[in-house]
Design a protein around this ligand. Structure first.
Ligand SMILES: Cc1ncc(COP(=O)(O)O)c(C=O)c1O
Length: 417
């Protein structure tokens, strides 16, 4: 299938007035107008800040502009927006009660389902966000081993708590005193990081290298096995941060296909198809540490998100969602690489098909990536210039066709400065 390259509009001519007015009001009452990863101000200027609705693989901004969603809310939406089975399950639980004096029965059902679905898991605990889950893993590993040091890959993102946030404003040296670094896929660097300080409580690792703004790098299975062996040798917990990848690449931990089992894993994003839920899964070896720590939150036991989690995991299996995302991701990659080749543009398209990212040769400051993303967005597909993209299982052939029509305009914008 060939997609014609069309010249993009010089600037966005679609409605933006509701967004502009909300931004004006937000600047007065929200510091900086917005914050965190959903702050649109670092994005090219025409990107909407505020969104209104989503159905399947389509989303609409507050001005009613429609997009094929290639960001999936930065990962949580895995079955598509407003999946009927998930919404019905969450609603049915919410009608009974959501936030109560004790957890609802569904917490046990969800823990049982996760333990049955994820090979390394003997138990589960729940929270709200990925940062809660990674921080709990680190705390449990420290409680169990009575050690302080944690090793992480340089440049990896594990959340926004002081021990791991990439921005150092408000972070003290003490917050980072026990954090050491290694290089992803470089086993000697892990051994070196272990040697460089006291024995670590944990080595934290992502299923693959998905640092924002860089080409992605799949894990070398030999590296994964080597990290497992080093953890066993020094008695550290192997913590897999599956927050971004979990249930998008495999219906189990993302390292099951690699054959490496972590001791603890952190989950959030996709496990309840957009409902606020995080989980820590662990093996029996770390059950004692998990029993010792005091971790909680006012909304960590809310039942509706847990009902959504149960329905999401069942639907992922029943609908063959992981395979569907891979299939669509492969088709998206093939279409985009064909467009790039036809335009004579050298790109590097990396990552698993369901979580791809593309850089342009020699594009040091993401200038071409920004031009590409902005024109693609204006033409009806929402993706990000400096963060990996996400494919959902709701993506249809029509969505793919429309997305590729938009990326064709994106390449044209790069081609014709
Ligand atoms: C790999 C990884 N770990 C942890 C987190 C933190 O998750 P949250 O933003 O839900 O706190 C993220 C979020 O993007 C992530 O991608």
């Amino acid at each position: 299938m060939t997609h014609q390259l069309t010249r993009p509009a010089a600037r966005d001519e679609r409605p933006r007035s509701v967004d502009a007015e909300l931004r004006r009001r937000a600047r007065a009452v929200i510091p900086g107008g917005m914050y965190g990863h959903q702050n649109a101000s670092p994005l090219p200027p025409d990107y909407p800040q505020f969104m209104r609705a989503g159905r399947g693989a389509r989303i609409w901004d507050v001005d009613g502009n429609e997009y094929v969603d290639l960001m999936c809310s930065y990962g949580p939406v895995v079955l598509g927006h407003h999946h009927p089975g998930v919404e019905e399950a969450a609603q049915a639980q919410a009608e009974l009660a959501d936030c109560q004096n004790g957890p609802a029965a569904v917490i046990v059902e969800l823990a049982e389902l996760l333990v049955a679905t994820v090979q390394h898991a003997d138990w589960a605990m729940f929270a709200k966000n990925g940062t809660d889950a990674t921080t709990m893993c680190v705390t449990i590993a420290r409680a169990q081993t009575s050690r302080e040091r944690i090793l992480v890959a340089s440049g990896a993102y594990h959340g926004s708590a002081p021990w791991c946030t990439p921005r150092l404003a408000g972070v003290t040296a003490a917050d980072r005193a026990n954090i050491g670094h290694y290089t992803f896929n470089d086993l000697a660097s892990v051994a070196g990081a272990i040697e460089a300080g006291p024995e670590p409580a944990a080595i934290v690792i992502s299923p693959f290298k998905h640092d924002a703004g860089f080409d992605q790098e799949l894990v070398d299975p030999g590296f994964a096995r080597g990290v497992r062996e080093l953890c066993d040798r020094v008695g550290a917990a192997l913590v897999l941060d599956d927050v971004r990848c979990g249930f998008r690449l495999h219906l189990g931990s993302s390292w099951e296909p690699v054959g490496v089992m972590p001791d603890l894993s952190a989950w959030s994003k996709a496990i309840a198809n957009g409902h606020p839920l995080a989980a820590v899964l662990g093996s029996d070896r770390f059950r004692e540490g998990a029993k010792k720590v005091f971790v909680t939150g006012s909304f960590w036991f809310s039942a509706a998100a847990m009902a959504a989690g149960v329905a999401t995991i069942r639907a992922l299996r029943a609908e063959g969602a992981v395979e569907a995302m891979e299939r669509m991701g492969i088709a998206l990659r093939a279409g985009m690489l064909e467009q790039a080749a036809a335009a004579g543009i050298e790109v590097n398209y990396t990552g698993p098909p369901a979580m791809p990212y593309m850089t342009f040769a020699g594009d040091r400051n993401h200038v071409q990536a920004s031009a590409f993303a902005a024109a693609t967005m204006r033409s009806g597909a929402y993706l990000h210039p400096r963060h990996n993209w996400f494919v959902s299982a709701a993506m249809t052939e029509a969505d793919l066709e429309r997305a590729l029509g938009a990326t064709a305009a994106g390449f044209a914008a790069v081609h014709a400065p």
